[in-house]
Design a protein around this ligand. Structure first.
Ligand code: FES
Length: 110
């Protein structure tokens, strides 16, 4: 039996309160830039921190509902799915998050 250890690899990122409500934090993991977002209801999401349009830094965007608006040209991305909303097309990779004892753990997708 082959076990994919990457699937089991949850990485301790930070405390929930390190991420501002309706805000974000940036993390570099294995050289990859990830945006960690917290909604007004304290749901936590992780997505790649580069807009698929022209690489805008999504952590510098505005968090609203369960979305973030890119700071460069205002594309809006669903934080759950990573998919661009409205007429814009594209998506960012989302990464699974777990909350344990008020800490945020991430599992990076390939
Ligand atoms: S770079 Fe994000 S909308 Fe253009």
């Amino acid at each position: 039996m082959t076990i994919d250890t990457a699937v089991l690899d949850w990485r301790d990122l930070c405390a929930i309160d390190d991420i501002p409500v309706q805000g974000s934090r940036r993390a570099i993991i294995n050289g990859r830039e990830i945006g960690i977002f917290r909604t007004s209801s304290s749901e936590i999401y992780a997505i790649d921190n580069a807009c698929p349009h022209k690489q805008g830094p999504l952590t510098e965007g505005i968090v609203h509902d369960c979305s973030v608006t890119c700071p460069l040209h205002n594309w809006v991305f669903d934080l759950k799915t990573g998919v661009a909303q409205g007429q814009d097309e594209g998506s960012v990779t989302t990464h699974p998050i777990q909350i344990r004892d008020d800490r945020v753990y991430i599992q990076l997708k390939g």
